[in-house]
Design a protein around this ligand. Structure first.
Ligand code: ARG
Length: 468
């Protein structure tokens, strides 16, 4: 039997209707043009359901075999492009079921026994979210590894760490980069945590109230690789928390990426000159011949907006929805698809671009001489000589003012100039004011000192190894 369009009145639920659907309504409610993306998950779920129906004696083994073979054939038809999608059949689920019945006859009509599209669409979408969030996890882990490698290569590079985007204290570039590795590690942990709630099967809840058939929902969940089943059938078919959590996790990932992008954009400005963009990830200007623009980083920063939008959109769809399934919930998918494309491609391109960035260690070292970023050292030096820290802070402020007036750094002031303000300062102060020493001496846990950075790198390696 060929798979040809059949636009006669609704075969799936049309029994009690005497007029065909308005064309306007059919177009408005149609979701197959986008939810067909979930064909593989729908087929996986249906195969598990059919096998369970046979195990429970609800359909025969021969019928289950016919269903499974039919569904496998449909999978091939979809993948080869031979499958004809019919808008009149509303969604991916009814398109596949109609084709199944065309292929295997009455057995196909039995597939939906003990099942509703409400629990079916719930399981299908959960499988889809699970598959794609697993891909995000792998991409986060890969990016963490890439950042750790860059950090490891740049342990001796020093730059001004900022607060308020003003020079604050010197840090190693490794320390700066590892801050981002920590963000993507938390993102990975959030995905793992969230997947425990995504991987719950609602199948068996049927329309909303459960089923009179002797179903075995646990075995369906196990067969699709999920951790367990719902505890309440009405909650099962109307829960979209799993999609919201995924959209939140993705929003946080994009927020983290946007922060890294912002730094790359700032650092690439020649006024900073901390990084040179690789030609392969930059664009030029149609009018200004000298330009090299960080478009990838800018676009990624911009795309963060749409991921927030998709989260807020679904939160708003779900707001005030009465139990149980409501058609509003069909609006759950396109936002997720969009966020999925955005977050996966952004993680991938960041991991490809980062190793190609050329950090300019000399430029960073030069920048350390601006902004008195060793002032805290001087205050600590005085405090170590018994000056209460608040007073030490004040004295140091006066010395900074002198240096500022002279247009030099604190460490370039003559000893007697400093001693005029505090006689406690001696010749050994110059070692303390050295920028590299500022970094070397900060060995508190998680600090920028080399041993601390080495320990951080080791922790990341150990953590990444747990996923191997
Ligand atoms: N396409 C629908 C969705 O994605 C499937 C569920 C439809 N259920 C119903 N009772 N109309 O939500």
């Amino acid at each position: 039997m060929p798979n040809t369009p059949d636009n006669s009145s609704q075969a799936t639920w049309g029994g009690r209707f005497s007029a065909p659907p308005s064309e306007l309504m059919a177009i408005y409610t149609d979701s197959q043009h986008y939810d067909r993306a979930m064909y593989a998950q729908d087929i996986r779920a249906s195969i598990a359901h059919a096998r369970m129906l046979a195990r429970q004696g609800i359909i025969s083994d021969a019928e289950a075999t016919a269903i499974v073979e039919g569904l496998e054939k449909i999978r091939q038809e979809i993948e080869s492009g031979a499958f004809v999608w019919q808008p009149s059949l509303e969604d991916v689920h009814m398109n596949i079921e109609a084709r199944l019945t065309a292929l295997v006859g009455d057995a196909g009509k039995k597939l939906h026994t003990g099942r509703s599209r409400n629990d079916q669409t719930g399981l299908t979408f959960r499988l889809y979210v699970s598959d794609h969030c697993k891909a995000w996890l792998d991409l986060c882990l890969h990016l963490c590894g890439v950042i750790c490698a860059a950090a490891s290569d740049n342990r001796d590079v020093i730059l001004p760490g900022c607060t308020h985007l003003q020079p604050a204290q010197p840090v190693s570039l490794a320390q700066h980069l590892l801050a981002y590795a920590g963000m993507f590690k938390r993102d990975a942990e959030r995905i793992v945590d969230m997947l425990a709630r995504v991987r719950i099967s609602p199948l068996g809840a049927a329309a909303l109230a459960g089923s009179t058939y002797p179903l075995d929902p646990e075995s369906v969940a196990a067969e699709v690789g999920f951790h367990g089943i719902y505890s309440n059938s009405m909650d099962a078919v109307s829960d979209r928390d799993f999609a919201l959590e995924a959209l939140f996790v993705a929003s946080v990932i994009m927020m983290h990426l946007s922060r890294l992008c912002e730094e790359i954009i700032i650092w690439a400005n020649p006024a900073f000159g901390f990084v040179r963009l690789p030609d392969s990830f930059s664009t030029g200007s149609s009018i200004m011949p000298q330009k090299k623009n960080p478009d990838v980083a800018e676009l990624m920063r911009g795309k963060t907006g749409r991921t927030y939008g998709n989260l807020v959109a679904l939160l708003t769809v779900m707001k005030s929805l009465p139990l149980a399934y409501d058609r509003d919930m069909q609006e759950d998918k396109e936002g997720f698809f969009d966020t999925d494309r955005t977050v996966a491609s952004s993680l991938e391109i960041m991991a490809a671009m980062l190793p190609a960035l050329q950090f300019d260690a000399e430029s960073m070292a030069r920048a350390c001489h601006k902004g008195f970023i060793n002032a805290t050292e001087l205050a600590d030096y005085l405090a170590a000589r018994g000056v209460p820290f608040r007073d030490a802070h004040h004295i140091t402020g006066k010395i900074v003012a002198v240096a500022e007036q002279k247009g030099c750094g604190i460490g370039e002031l003559a000893l007697d100039e400093m001693q005029k303000i505090s006689p406690l300062i001696e010749n050994d102060v110059y070692d303390v004011l050295d920028y590299a020493a500022c970094v070397r001496r900060r060995e508190t846990p998680g600090g920028t000192g080399p041993a601390s950075v080495q320990a951080q790198l080791k922790d990341f390696q150990n953590w990444l190894a747990t996923f191997k």
